[in-house]
Design a protein around this ligand. Structure first.
Ligand SMILES: [Zn+2]
Length: 148
């Protein structure tokens, strides 16, 4: 299942990617062409703009990011499709696993020494590893899954 999320819910877009869902983020709000293109691509539009109407448009019932995530997961029955850390939070690109040797010199030396698992975004090239930030995100994901 794929999504387009408008600028009023940017944080939700990042979380959707973190959970592995193909999610595009519109900075300029949702325009006619976005609605048309989303239909072609089979994307569900999530927005806070109550004036928008369409068969693939759904209005988020809350402004709170964590409540939005829970709502979306339940609404579209996504629990079984969650694939944490499989998609880039910045650009929506898919992450591919990297060999430790291949990231030598591309990540801080301390990170190279202390981490074993690395992945790279196929879109923007960003390298990911499970540092302190990743552990925090992992806890958040676990909390979300518990509530589903
Ligand atoms: Zn990326």
């Amino acid at each position: 299942m794929r999504f387009l999320i408008d600028s009023m819910a940017g944080k939700l877009a990042r979380y959707m990617r973190l959970l592995g869902f193909d999610t595009i983020y519109s900075r300029k709000g949702i325009r006619e062409e976005d609605v048309r293109k989303s239909k072609e691509e089979g994307r569900i539009i999530l927005t806070r703009n109550r004036r928008l109407e369409g068969e693939n448009i759904f209005i988020l019932p809350t402004e709170k990011t964590e409540e939005q995530i829970i709502w979306v997961m339940k609404k579209f029955n996504l629990k079984g499709l969650i694939k944490p850390f499989s998609r880039c939070m910045e650009c929506n690109g898919e992450l591919r696993k990297m060999k430790k040797d291949d990231v030598k010199g591309k990540v801080p030396f301390y990170v190279y020494l202390t981490q074993e698992a690395f992945s790279q975004c196929s879109g923007c090239g960003k390298l990911y590893w499970m540092g302190t930030h990743g552990k925090k995100l992992k806890k958040k994901i676990e909390k979300i899954i518990r509530e589903l």
